[in-house]
Design a binder for this molecule. Structure first.
Ligand code: SF4
Ligand code: SF4
Length: 341
């Protein structure tokens, strides 16, 4: 394993700027957001916990032009590939679901593929947990174990660096003078920190009594006709925040826009919680009631995805809990479903 000091890490970010659009998490109040890196500033927090917004936004844009006029070519905006630094394990798992939808099929989404192919992902261990984090209930450690180019574990004076891909290996080789071999005792420091963060997540899990993933199998199907859905949907205001903030949600809407110069087709994020999501021509709607849409959201995450992709489409990041103005808590719904089933 390699080690990089804080000073050399800052140099590394500066070097990466030549080749990539570099994004880092910055702290504002108690929250973290990805921001384009220009120079090192004190509000940059590589470790800590997940950002407010999901990292899926780098590859599947909230709004993008997918066709212009009647040209055959797709209108890619010219830009450098992304280097996303400080990505957490929950976002990396989110990419697995996004990849399944946009990449791992006969039809591959050209925009997603282009954004995904040249990027550099430098992930980081969480060094603390937010009170809504419950990743361990989904079998996910609060430190990345796969799907990164490099992973950083913050320790005294800098970071321990794991290599996860050939691209990561090549970067270390190219910038060799910035990296050192791991020193004695540093792995122990990392292990202690990992255990401390895992305990904080375990405490969250105990406090909310959210069941573990091995108990989710079949529960949505068993409780499909339950009153749980109506009860839970009572306070929902149909804002769609739970979907758009979620690292695994991926549904989108296509629409056309015309101005004097051009005709364009755009793609925007959509939400299955919104009434017209499933409406068809003629006005029929298979999920006309809000509680049906809430049930569909859980069905997709905890029934459909395990069946088709052998993965729960939830990472336990807790973003939907923080974002929901109606205080609908996925942990409580899962607890009710499992207990009642
Ligand atoms: S459903 Fe909620 S907790 Fe699960 S991945 Fe999506 S935002 Fe995170
Ligand atoms: S965030 Fe909450 S209020 Fe908004 S659609 Fe989702 S469940 Fe409903």
């Amino acid at each position: 394993m390699k080690y990089i000091s804080f000073d050399n890490f800052k140099r590394l970010l500066d070097v990466l700027k030549d080749e990539y659009s570099v994004y880092v998490p910055v702290k504002s109040g108690e929250k973290r957001f990805f921001k384009r890196y220009q120079d090192f500033t004190e509000d940059i927090v590589i470790a800590e916990a997940r950002t407010v917004e999901p990292a899926k936004a780098f590859f599947s844009r909230a709004r993008e032009v997918v066709a212009e006029g009647f040209k055959d070519d797709v209108p890619y905006a010219p830009q450098k590939p992304f280097a996303i630094v400080g990505v957490k394990a929950c976002d990396l798992k989110g990419f697995k679901v996004q990849d399944f939808v946009f990449k791992d099929h006969d039809y591959q989404d050209p925009f997603y593929m282009k954004a995904r192919e040249e990027n550099l992902i430098i992930s980081a261990d969480c060094s603390c947990a937010i009170d809504t984090c419950f990743c361990l209930a989904l079998g996910l450690e609060p430190h990345p174990t796969e799907d990164f180019d490099l992973n950083l574990s913050q320790i005294k004076g800098g970071f321990l660096v794991d290599v996860g891909s050939q691209r990561g290996e090549a970067l270390i080789e190219k910038q060799g003078s910035l990296f050192e071999d791991e020193r004695e005792g540093q792995s122990i420091q990392r292990e202690e920190q990992r255990q401390r963060v895992a305990k904080a997540v375990e405490d969250n899990i105990k406090m909310s009594a959210v069941p573990r993933q091995d108990r989710y199998k079949g529960v949505v199907e068993k409780k499909f006709e339950s009153k749980i859905w109506e009860d839970e949907a009572k306070t929902c205001v149909e804002c769609g925040a739970c979907n758009t903030i979620c690292p695994t949600c991926h549904c989108f809407l296509l629409y056309d826009q015309k101005d004097e110069q051009r005709m364009a087709r755009l793609r925007i994020w959509d939400s299955c919680m919104i009434k017209d999501f499933a409406r068809v021509a003629g006005g029929a709607n298979p999920r006309g009631n809000l509680w049906m849409r809430l049930r569909n959201r859980f069905e997709k995450k905890f029934d459909y995805f395990p069946k088709v992709a052998d993965i729960y489409a939830c990472t336990g990041c807790g973003r939907c809990i923080s974002a929901c103005p109606a205080k609908i808590d996925i942990r409580k719904v899962l607890k009710k479903l499992v207990n009642d089933a």
